[in-house]
Structure formats: C-alpha cells, structure tokens
Design a protein around this ligand. Sequence first.
Ligand code: IDP
Ligand code: MG
Length: 140
Amino acid sequence: MTIERSLVLVKPDGFQRGLTGEVLRRVEAKGYALRALAILTPTRGMLEQHYAEHQGKPFYEALVEFMSSGPVTAAVIEGEDCVKGFRALAGATNPTDAAPGTIRGDLGRDWGTAVQQNIVHGSDSLESAAREIGIWFPQL
Ligand code: IDP
Ligand code: MG
C-alpha cells in the first residue's frame, strides 16, 4: 500500500455552519495527516475544472453557483488508502441517504435546494486527487 493524498473541501454550507473544525477533527481522529490547508472563495474557472465531469448535468449550474457562493476550506490529507478512506468518512452523496456516523449522515440534510448541500468533497480516485490538488494547491 502506498501513501496517498486526497483533496478534501469543506463546502460553503459546512464553512458557513462552522463545521470546518468538526470535519478536520474527524480527519485527524481517523489518523490522516493534514499536508496543506487554505480558506478561499473559489473562482468559477477553478470550479469548472474541478467539476468538469459534471458539465451538462441538470444540477451543474446550481453546483457551480453554490460552490462559489462563499469561502470553503480546502485541505490536502495524507495516509495509506486515504482516498477511499475519506469517502467512507464522508458518506453517501445524498445527505438523507448517508449513514449515521458519517460526516454527511451526522451533519447534513436536505434543505430543498437544487443542488445537494452535503458539507464536504473528497476526491474519488488517485487520478482525481492529483488533478484536484493541482487546481486548489498549484504550489504543491
Ligand atoms: P460526490 O461529491 O459524492 O463525489 P458527485 O456525484 O461527484 O458526488 O457530485 C458532485 C456534487 O454535486 C455532490 O457532492 C452534490 O453536492 C451535487 N450533486 C450530485 N448529484 C446530485 C443530484 O442528483 N442532485 C443535486 N445535486 C447533486
Ligand atoms: Mg465527486
């Protein structure tokens, strides 16, 4: 098993609700290391790259608008199998379906918005992680 890196975002809903510390606490309690950390409001250009795979989907415009609506916390985390491991910590995409014990299951809910507000993003593969870290932390 090689040591992996993953990109984690506390999305604008999580940031605004003051859940950055709770998300980072869970990452650290799991045993993953924080390798980079930043607070920023992403530009539309960054989000178009980050969410390129979703272009054309019905929720795409709402997603980009939501993600650019305020500050997010971006983190690079590190540890063996942490890409899959953080996805497990995050839980299912739809916060209503996400299991209790997960970030989305414990802290998220449906607010009736066009895009699911589910507190966190986590890279879904090693390739995505490398691509996404390049967008959010070009200096790394
Ligand atoms: P993920 O964040 O669990 O990887 P993706 O399928 O990559 O989920 O979708 C990116 C984000 O777009 C989700 O986290 C969620 O905020 C939003 N989203 C995904 N699917 C839907 C949908 O069917 N309706 C509304 N929003 C969605
Ligand atoms: Mg995804």
